[in-house]
Design a protein around this ligand. Structure first.
Ligand SMILES: [Fe+2]
Ligand SMILES: [Fe+2]
Length: 165
């Protein structure tokens, strides 16, 4: 079984995605930086909303720290390439997933964690695909391989619903 088949995704990223990214790498990096920052912000917002759940808070502290570190790393890559962060674009993909979140407090928390988990799984898949296309840039390849492993750890957080008390 390939590493990607273990991911809880119903569909695979279309063929050619990584090639398109390599051809538009600056645009990809700008979007990637925003995604990492939003991942950190989302973990922090769960802490604010569920401050009375110690295990969830601890898990989200670790997650927020890692996502913010990813953001910083991508931001440094942007600067190296002479780029600057712009205003955030609306994230249609994430917003559509969030429409599936139920409104009862406990269901809402569970659904938000599951949605986050799906987003992490998709990131994991895409960083893996991208790292395989980056043979010509060993440093970037190692970076995306590292992110692939990190996001693999993050999507598994959705497995441990016992973080919700
Ligand atoms: Fe990340
Ligand atoms: Fe992540």
């Amino acid at each position: 079984m390939s590493e990607l088949e273990q991911l809880p995704l119903l569909s695979a990223t279309p063929e050619g995605w990584a090639e398109l990214v390599c051809a538009n790498f600056d645009a990809f990096l700008l979007d990637h930086a925003c995604c990492e920052r939003k991942a950190a912000a989302s973990a922090l917002s769960l802490i604010a909303r569920h401050a009375d759940q110690p295990l969830l808070v601890e898990t989200m502290v670790t997650l927020a720290r890692e996502e913010l570190e990813h953001f910083g790393q991508v931001h440094r890559l942007l600067l190296k390439r002479g780029l600057r962060l712009g205003p955030d674009d609306k994230d249609v993909y994430v917003n559509q997933l969030l429409t599936a979140v139920r409104t009862q407090p406990n269901e809402r928390l569970l659904d938000r964690i599951l949605v986050s988990s799906l987003i992490e799984a998709r990131s994991c898949e895409r960083f893996y695909l991208l790292s395989r296309k980056l043979d010509h840039e060993p440093e970037l390849q190692a970076f995306y391989r590292g992110l692939y492993k990190s996001e693999a750890g993050h999507y598994m957080l959705g497995d441990s619903v016992d973080i919700i008390s």
